[in-house]
Design a protein around this ligand. Structure first.
Ligand code: CAO
Length: 426
C-alpha cells in the first residue's frame, strides 16, 4: 500500500526531541527520512539515559523510528559536497540546531535556495524574533516561557512543569503541520519556503485558554476557579488553578477506593451541566436536582468545594474503573488516572498500534508509542530506529548516486567518519 507522503524525501538534521518528533511523524506517513548525524557521536540522545550499556537509549529509539542514518561531518569540505548533493535531492530540510548553526555551517537559507529553489527549510528554535532569539532552549524552558508553568500547579505552591512534552513534542507537531502545508502550497507555486516554529509560541498556543482567562480576569473573578468559591481574591495575572477544569464545566481529581496505597487511584470528575441530574441520582443526592443552591450551574459555582467533597464520598467507595463504568452508563464524563504501567498493558492501545512492540538488533524488544494519528489509506508500520551511520553507503550509492571512486574520496577525507558499526558487524 502506498503511504500519504511516499515520494517526499526529508533531509533530517534534527536532534534531541523536538525535531525528531516531527520527522518521525513524516516518516510514519511514508516520507523517506535521511537523518544526518555527526560521525562517531550522532544524535546526543543515543547515549543519554541509557538503560543498557552501549546500546542506543530508549530516548533515541522511541523518537527515530522509520528513518535512515548517514554519518556526515558537515564542516569537512567533502562533507559539504555530500550535504549539497543531499539538498539537491531532498524536498525538505528539517533542523532544530541552536540559533545560527546552519549559517555557521555555511548553509544559510539563500544558499540552500540557490542549490534547490524547491526546498522547504523547516526549523524549530526556542524563541521567535525578539529579545531571546539567540537563546538555546530545552523543554522546560519552553514550558516556563510559554505560559504553561505559571498556570500549572496549586495556587499556594511553585509553578509546575508537566510530564507531557508540550515544548518539544508539541512544537514538533506544529512544525510537521507547517511542513505538509508548505508541501501543499509548493504544488501550486513550485517554490520552497521557510517554515519556523518557536517553542515558546507552540507552548503558548497550547496554553491558549489561559490567555483567554487573562482577558476575562479584567472583567471580574474567574468563577470556575476553586479560589472563587473559597473567597480568595484574584491578582492581576491568571493564577495556578490546581486541577480545576480549564473549560466551562467544573471538574476536580477525586480519590477512589485504594487511594491510601495506590498513587493513581484517582479519577477526574466533571460536573457537566446537562448530566447534573444524573450525577445527583448516582451519588445519592436527588434533592440537589431542584434545590436552588445546587440546581443551576451559577448557583453551584461558589459551592464547588462542598459539591466535589460529596461526590468524592461516593467515588471513594469504588475503584476508578468502577466509577468510569458507572458514570459512562449515564454519559457522565470522567477520566481515571492511568499510570504508564496500565497504559503499557492496555490491550486496546496495542490493538490500534498506539502502543507497539519493536525489535532492535542490539536492544531486543521494547515498547514504543506508535503513530497517534490514524489515516485509513496510509497505515503506519513502525520500524526500528537506525544504528548510527547504518545507511551511509546505501545513501551515497543509491540516493546520491556517487561513483565508487567518489565514495572512496569521500571516505578517505573522513567526512563520513570511521566504518559504521552495523556494517563492520556484518
Ligand atoms: N557535522 C559537523 N558539525 C555538526 C553536525 C555535523 N553533522 N551536526 C551538528 N554540528 C555542530 C553544529 O554545527 C554546531 O556547531 P557550532 O556551534 O560550532 O556552529 C554544534 O554541532 C552544536 O549545535 P547545537 O547548538 O544545535 O547543539 P547544542 O548541543 O549546543 O544545543 C540545543 C542543543 C537543543 C539547546 C540547541 O540545538 C537548540 O537550542 N535548538 C533549538 C531549540 C530546540 O529544538 N530545543 C529542543 C531540544 S529537545 O529538548
Amino acid at each position: 500500500m502506498t503511504k500519504a507522503l511516499n515520494g517526499v524525501r526529508i533531509l533530517d538534521f534534527t536532534h534531541v526531541q523536538s525535531g525528531p518528533t516531527c520527522t518521525q511523524l513524516l516518516a510514519w506517513f511514508g516520507a523517506d527520512v535521511i537523518k544526518v548525524e555527526r560521525p562517531g557521536v550522532g544524535d546526543i540522545t543515543r547515549g543519554q539515559l541509557q538503560d543498557v550499556p552501549n546500546v542506543d537509549s530508549l530516548y533515541f529509539t522511541m523518537l527515530n523510528h522509520n528513518k535512515r542514518s548517514i554519518t556526515l561531518d558537515t564542516k569537512n569540505p567533502k562533507g559539504k559536497e555530500v550535504l549539497t548533493a543531499l539538498i539537491k535531492t531532498c524536498d525538505v530540510l528539517v533542523e532544530n540546531f541552536g540559533p545560527g548553526v546552519l549559517d555557521r555551517m555555511g548553509f544559510p537559507w539563500e544558499k540552500i535556495q540557490s542549490i534547490n529553489p524547491k526546498m522547504i527549510v523547516a526549523s524549530i528554535k526556542g524563541f521567535g524574533p525578539g529579545p531571546y532569539e539567540d537563546c538555546k532552549v530545552y523543554e522546560n524552558v519552553a514550558q516556563c516561557t510559554g505560559g504553561a508553568a505559571s498556570t500549572t500547579g496549586f495556587r499556594d505552591g511553585l509553578p509546575l512543569v508537566t510530564g507531557a512534552q508540550i515544548g518539544d513534542s508539541g512544537t514538533g507537531l506544529h512544525l510537521a503541520l507547517g511542513i505538509v502545508t508548505a508541501l501543499y502550497q509548493r504544488t501550486v507555486t513550485g517554490r520552497g519556503q521557510k517554515v519556523t516554529a518557536a517553542m515558546q509560541d507552540g507552548v503558548l498556543n497550547l496554553a491558549r485558554v489561559k490567555l483567554r482567562d487573562q482577558q476575562r480576569l479584567a472583567r471580574g473573578p474567574l468563577k470556575e476557579y476553586s479560589q472563587y468559591g473559597e473567597g480568595i481574591p484574584f491578582g492581576d495575572a491568571v493564577p495556578r488553578a490546581g486541577n480545576d477544569s480549564g473549560g466551562g464545566q467544573p471538574g476536580r481529581i477525586l480519590r477512589c477506593k485504594g487511594w491510601e496505597t495506590d498513587p493513581n487511584a484517582y479519577i477526574y470528575f466533571i460536573t457537566q451541566a446537562p448530566v447534573w441530574e444524573k450525577i445527583c441520582d448516582l451519588i445519592g443526592e436527588p434533592g440537589w436536582k431542584t434545590h436552588p443552591d445546587y440546581a443551576k450551574p451559577p448557583a453551584r459555582l461558589p459551592r464547588l468545594k462542598e459539591i466535589f467533597e460529596r461526590i468524592e464520598q461516593w467515588t471513594m467507595t469504588k475503584t476508578k474503573f468502577e466509577v468510569m463504568n458507572e458514570c459512562n452508563a449515564f454519559d457522565i464524563p470522567v477520566g481515571p488516572i492511568l499510570s504508564m504501567k496500565e497504559l503499557a498493558e492496555e490491550p486496546s492501545l496495542r490493538h490500534t498500534g498506539t502502543v507497539v512492540e519493536v525489535d532492535h538488533p542490539t536492544r531486543g524488544k521494547y515498547l514504543s508509542v506508535g503513530n497517534p494519528i490514524k489515516l485509513s489509506d496510509s497505515i503506519t508500520e513502525v520500524e526500528r530506529s537506525p544504528l548510527l551511520g547504518e545507511h551511509t553507503d546505501e545513501i551515497l550509492t543509491k540516493v546520491l548516486k556517487f561513483t565508487p571512486r567518489e565514495i572512496a574520496e569521500i571516505k578517505a577525507s573522513g567526512a563520513t567518519g570511521q566504518a559504521p558499526k552495523a556494517q563492520a558487524a556484518e
